[in-house]
Structures are given as C-alpha cells and as structure tokens.
Design a protein around this ligand. Structure first.
Ligand code: DNO
Length: 350
C-alpha cells in the first residue's frame, strides 16, 4: 500500500522537507484550495504542485478534495455547468499524474465538531464533538458558528440551504447522487482515476440535514449505483467509527476484498457514553477502534491503494492547523507502518 500525507500547499507550515523525512512516505495528498467550488483549476497550478513534490522525492498522485457543490447536491440550476467543470478538473488532475480523487456528499457542512482544542489529561489537544454543546443549537433560529465550518456562507444562506435540503429529503439526495455518479464515473474511468467517497463525519444527521453516507447498507447502495472500480470509497475509520453500529474492521475487509477502497483515512476515535466523541492518539488502546484489526484486514485482502494518518492531536506545543500538524500525524504513520510490517504487509515506494 502507499503511504501518503495531506499537505495544504506552500502556505502549509508543514513543509515537503518535513514530510519526506517521515519513514516510508511516498505520496502527497493535496488540492487547489483557492479556486471556488464549481470552477476549473488552472493546469499550471497542478503542474507546479507535481513538480514541487517531485523535487522533494515525493509524488502528487492523490487529491483531497474536488468539492461537490451545493448545486450538484441539491440539483440546482448550476448543476450541469458545475459537473462539466468537475469532469474537466478530473482530466486536468489525471494529466499531472493523479490517480485517486477524494470527495464527499455531505450537505452544507463537512466534518462537525464542537471544539478543536480540547485538552486531554496528558496536555495534548484534540477535536471533539460533545452532544451537550450541540443539542440545543438551532441554526434556523439563531446564528451559529461551529469551529471548522465553511465561513463563506452567511447565516441567511445557511438557513436557506438547510430549508432546501429539508425539502429535498434523503431520497432526493440519492437521486442527485446517482445523477453525479452517472456523469462523473465514466470520465474518471476514461482518465484512469479512482473516485474515493469520504463518509459523512459524524455519520448521522446534524440539524435535520439529510446525511446518507453513514453505514454499510448505504455504502452498498452508493457503490451499486455505478458498478465500477472507479466508484470507490475513502474509508475514513474515524468518521464511520463514531457510530457504534459500524464494525470498522469488518467494513474494511469487505470493501477492500471487493476492490472498492481507493483511500484509507486511518485514525482512532473515542466514543463516549452519550454518543459524543473525542479524537485521540492513533493506538488502539487510546480509543474505541481496533487499529490492528483494520490494518490486518487491509494486508490480508491485498489492499494496494493509499492510506494516510488522519487527524493528529496537537502535541509538543506545535499549535498547527487543527488535526493537521506534523508531529502527531508523523507518529501515526510510524505506528501504522509498524502494524503493516507486523501483519506481513509492505509499503510501495515510488
Ligand atoms: C477532514 C477530512 C475531510 C475530507 C473531506 C473529503 O479532516 O477528512 O474534510 O477531506 O470530507 O471530501
């Protein structure tokens, strides 16, 4: 399998020089972050990214994310133009050597947390979602700013979107998913790109917004809409893992054996009694997931896609981008490398 690391480009305090020194590191996961969703990424930007990675002994072969716009998710009037641009972005990414593209189908908000710097007893800080901080919030009645949310929407726009998704409902969203997949997957196949769908994080409805990428039944439904190895998953253990009903080692084994995992986000999460959760260190004992069973499932099914250490804690006073500092993610990689080796797996080099 291929070890990768998310990098936010030249403004990221974590440098490519740092990343290349992480044992076994191969691939850079990145994107063009400053072009608005729905528009086309300049080819020169992608070429520049690929060249920088190459200079540092790394390869830019995986993208996270090409955003799916609200118009595509809602079936709005800009849908077809955005889909054409989406396909053009896939072609451009493929041109510079990208082989896998991550995306999600979460309405309005990507991941949801109530605090990004919750101190643990050892002084490390991490992202958490506590129901007692979330339960009484109603974005239809009041202005809400949760950490990490897209601040480009005004509160009125958020309210409009929540209403529109309420009218669309889950089945409407499934319809728009099918429309998206039928248009995008043939283009991905043509240019040799695996589309890797990220699950909803956390995997249940928030503020009444329909969220459907949540469980085995719905993942099966998603994959069956277009039966192609280009229609694959980014199996994020920490996102699906916040729901006790999801057996992550079993899901990993099943979808990897089917050849339908492009990308693994490997992190642990600790579920609390009331269903709240805290992100924690990567080790199995730190949280609720059996990380060794997950990696064993990958090795035993011959997984040859990409993995990355997901969200690290903020340790040693790094103060980096929440979840995306260098130190704890590098420790995560070292731990995952150990699990891979102990299970008889191997890392692919460039
Ligand atoms: C969070 C990430 C997600 C992910 C998107 C994929 O840290 O894993 O934001 O990149 O959901 O589109």
């Amino acid at each position: 399998m291929k070890s990768s690391f998310r990098w936010y480009g030249e403004s990221d305090p974590v440098t490519l020089e740092n990343i290349r020194q992480i044992p076994g590191m191969r691939s850079i996961v990145s994107a063009v972050y400053d072009v608005p969703p729905g528009e086309v990424w300049p080819l020169e930007r992608l070429e520049h990214m690929a060249a920088l990675c190459k200079e540092n002994g790394l390869v830019f072969d995986i993208v996270e994310s090409i955003p799916v716009t609200e118009d595509i998710k809602l079936g709005g009037k800009e849908r077809d133009r955005h889909l054409d641009n989406y396909c053009e972005n896939l072609r451009r990414c493929a041109k510079v050597g990208v082989k896998c593209v991550t995306y999600n189908f979460m309405p309005v908000f990507d991941w949801t947390r109530t605090q990004l710097d919750r101190p643990a007893p050892d002084g490390s800080k991490s992202l958490v979602m506590y129901w007692d901080q979330l339960r009484d919030l109603d974005p239809l009645k009041e202005d809400i700013h949760l950490p990490g949310w897209d601040s480009s929407y005004t509160q009125d726009e958020v309210r409009e979107l929540i209403k529109a998704y309420g009218e669309l409902g889950e089945e409407g969203l499934w319809g728009n998913i099918a429309y998206f997949l039928k248009k995008v997957i043939p283009v991905a196949e043509e240019c040799g790109v695996i589309m890797a769908l990220h699950p909803d994080d956390p995997p249940y409805p928030i503020f009444g917004l329909p969220r459907v990428i949540t469980c085995e039944e719905n993942l099966d439904r998603y994959l069956s809409i277009v039966d192609s190895s280009s229609n694959s998953l980014c199996l994020c253990t920490g996102s699906l893992g916040c729901s006790r009903g999801n057996d992550i080692p079993a899901l990993t084994r099943k979808y990897s054996a089917m050849g339908r995992i492009g990308f693994m986000h490997l992190r642990n999460v600790k579920i609390l009694e009331d269903g709240s959760f805290e992100e924690c260190g990567h080790r199995s004992e730190a949280g609720s997931l059996d990380m060794n069973a997950i990696v064993r499932a990958l090795v035993e099914t011959g997984f040859d896609g990409w993995f990355r250490p997901d969200h690290g804690r903020d340790i040693w006073g790094e103060g980096g981008k929440p979840g995306y500092g260098l130190y704890d993610r590098a420790l995560g990689t070292a731990y995952i490398n150990g699990l891979i080796e102990a299970n008889g797996g191997r890392l692919e080099t460039i």
